[in-house]
Design a protein around this ligand. Structure first.
Ligand code: ARG
Length: 247
């Protein structure tokens, strides 16, 4: 009995003293990016490949983690302003972002695809040569890349910007746009949910996903890079791929 009391007391003291307490970090997520990050309809909890990966890493590297849903468009400014500590949420490593934040080693590679309604006959060639309405998620690497390509090559499409990928899919289905450009896995997610859409083809070079952190946060950078190495060597990594990415 006495022993138990001492133990409880010790645990309470350790939790209260910063040197002993577990570090806790906040991950910013776009909650509308299945299968990488989303809010589970049944539990109301953040879920997805990235969320579960990071939960495993936190447990195994000894830190606390919470996931904060927010708008993708403002997620890097929020990181810089210390409202969050990292972005592990399907974020592509790009040279522009790397000027502002530090990326972990890449943990996944994805192609970009053109998504069209299931009955569409548009080809990738049509998308680049006709006056189609093309939807992209605002603030994404694909939005910036396609905007730049249009400026350089004078493509005639009209760009429409969306807050999230599912909203672009909505507009595809009700005919407001003819095609959307997005990462392949969220596109596959929409297809597998029977949304009446299909892939018309890939576009550009594949993206590499990494975790964004503040440049001066060396401690977290090490935890994340070491954590992913550990995770990738564990059978759980295969389990996650099977669960979320159909691998
Ligand atoms: N890969 C693209 C990017 O980094 C799209 C990401 C959108 N991800 C998300 N969680 N909304 O910009």
């Amino acid at each position: 009995m006495k022993k138990l009391l001492v133990c409880a007391l010790l645990a309470a003291v350790m939790a209260a003293v910063p040197a002993f307490a577990k570090k806790s970090y906040v991950n910013g997520i776009d909650p509308n990016y299945p299968p990488f990050a989303y809010v589970d309809e049944k539990t109301g909890q953040p879920a997805g490949f990235d969320v579960d990966s990071l939960n495993w890493i936190a447990k195994n590297m000894g830190f606390e983690i919470t996931h904060k849903p927010m708008a993708w468009d403002g997620i890097i400014p929020a990181l810089v302003a210390k409202q969050i500590d990292m972005v592990d949420s399907g974020m592509s490593i790009t040279p522009e972002r790397a000027k502002v934040v530090e990326f972990s080693d890449p943990y996944w590679t994805v192609s970009r695809v053109f998504l069209v309604p299931a009955n569409s006959t548009l080809t990738p060639q049509d998308v680049l040569t006709k006056k189609v309405k093309l939807g992209v998620q605002r603030g994404t690497s694909e939005a910036n890349a396609i905007k730049q390509e249009q400026q350089e090559k004078g493509y005639p499409f009209e760009l429409r910007f969306y807050e999230s990928a599912p909203l672009a899919v909505e507009d595809l289905l009700n005919g407001r746009i003819e095609v959307a450009l997005m990462d392949e896995l969220p596109a596959d997610d929409a297809i597998s949910k029977g949304r009446g859409v299909k892939k018309a083809g890939t576009h550009g070079e594949p993206d590499k996903f990494g975790v964004a952190m503040r440049k001066d946060d060396k401690e977290l950078q090490k935890l994340i890079n070491d954590g992913y190495k550990k995770l990738m060597a564990d059978p759980y990594w295969q389990e996650l791929q099977k669960k979320y990415l159909n691998k």
